[in-house]
Write a protein that binds this ligand. Structure first.
Ligand code: FE2
Length: 428
């Protein structure tokens, strides 16, 4: 074999597992693998996970923080206005340069698949050209899936329909939308119909920004689920954000959840962004604004967490760390039980991979050898520590590594070094 990882712990709790890799494939996952390899890495019982997957991002805007100015109010609407101010000065080169820099950060964090929305409301489609180029350049080490996103509204922006089709013709993968941003509820519903029919005709997936609002009457997810069934797109449609569900009446939600589940619509929450952008019209109590994650999961809906933004007009923080996203998600949703934390880890790995339709994903013989070795014992500790990515492996090759984190201590009578890793119960 070319590479063997010895003594790994897997996200499902299996321990003492060896992972054998030949070429770009995983060929064995078992204890005490009786084989030799060109390279052997002893991971010493630490967590080996399939890579992180970001199901919702905006790579055309990332790392543009401060251009042309900062978002003073921190609101969604000032962010959209700021993006509008930046658009005339955008160039293909600058967008691509920032996107490539972000992909480097992502790889360092073990984030090897990203679904990015790309704004198609600029008639020049510069961002589409830039990100299609970036998609090709990063393909050997990062899967970049692009969504044609009519940021200014499909019906509201006069050339959005034409531009969206042009973007798909150019090679953009997924049909996007923003029904709550259209002028009326009726226009929102009409945009969903048009977009689902387009996706069905072309055999594409759909991912709409849907009900990103605190308005409990923003119910486009209902239409999206119904249109998914009508156009036969079950399993291929995603509702992103769904923040209005946070504020909806419980009785209505009890009818809505089974509809979403039956339609096989995936849901994406963006915890870092939802907790900062929603609730802005509230005094106190202030709503959290994230969609009903555990309730959606209990209803059988596949839920992923996305990063949404990193250092752009909407959000100045972030570093491509999906463990930070998972951590915020479990805090906001109060998913602090052992099961809840495991579900939060799934939301940035396997659930997100399902949203993107990544067939080759996971730690099993025959799958592509994409793995992350974390300085943590299990998913719980990985999220707690935002654990160091000791090694990031793509197609069987180590493409990024970070030294183990350890701090030298200078305290009399205490150990020389301290790590934040800790086995529960070990000091009983
Ligand atoms: Fe978004």
């Amino acid at each position: 074999m070319d590479l063997i990882l010895r003594n790994a712990r897997l996200p499902d709790g299996q321990q003492g597992v060896d992972i054998g890799i030949r070429g770009d494939r995983i060929v064995a996952v078992q204890p005490a693998l009786d084989a030799t390899a060109t390279e052997v890495i002893d991971v010493a019982g630490r967590l080996v996970s399939p890579p992180f997957v970001d199901a919702h991002f905006h790579m055309d805007a990332t790392l543009s923080l401060g251009l042309p100015r900062l978002n003073e109010s921190g609101t969604l609407l000032e962010g959209i206005a700021l993006w509008g101010e930046l658009k005339p000065d955008l160039t293909v080169e600058a967008i691509a340069k920032r996107a490539m820099a972000y992909c480097d950060m992502a790889v360092a964090q073990g984030l090897l698949s990203i679904r990015s929305h790309v704004d198609v409301c600029d008639d020049r489609l510069l961002a589409v050209d830039a990100l299609l180029d970036v998609k090709q350049r990063v393909a050997p080490y990062l899967d970049l899936q692009l969504v044609a996103f009519p940021q200014d509204g499909l019906l509201r922006s006069p050339t959005a329909k034409r531009n969206l089709v042009r973007a798909l013709d150019a090679g953009v993968d997924v049909v996007g939308g923003i029904p709550h941003f259209e002028r009326t509820m009726a226009d929102g519903a009409e945009s969903i119909r048009w977009l689902c029919e387009l996706a069905a005709e072309r055999g594409l997936r759909v991912d709409m920004h849907c009900d990103e609002s605190d308005d409990p009457l923003s119910r486009h997810i209902e239409t999206l689920a119904a249109e998914t069934v009508r156009t036969g797109l079950q399993g291929r449609v995603t509702g992103s954000h769904l923040t209005s569900m946070h504020s909806m009446d419980n009785y209505y939600v009890s009818k809505l959840l089974p509809l979403i589940a039956e339609a096989g619509v995936h849901a994406i929450a963006n915890p870092l962004i939802n907790i900062t952008l929603q609730g802005r019209h509230d005094t106190y109590p202030k709503r959290r604004g994230m969609t009903r994650v555990p309730e959606l999961m209990d209803a059988g809906v596949n839920v992923a967490f996305g990063h949404d933004c990193v250092m752009d007009p909407w959000y100045g923080m972030g570093s491509g760390d999906m463990l930070e996203v998972a951590s915020m998600g479990l805090h906001v949703a109060q998913m602090t039980s052992a099961t809840g934390v495991q579900r939060a880890f799934d939301a940035v790995t396997v659930n997100a991979a399902r949203v993107l339709g990544l067939d080759d994903y996971g730690i099993a013989p025959g799958r592509r050898a994409d793995l992350v070795v974390l300085q943590a014992a299990d998913p719980f500790e990985a999220i707690r520590l935002k654990a160091t990515r000791l090694a990031v492996i793509r197609s069987g090759k180590v493409i990024a590594s970070t030294p183990e984190k350890q701090t030298a201590l200078r305290l009399p009578g205490r150990p020389d070094h301290v790590s934040l890793e800790f086995t529960p119960g070990s000091l009983a």
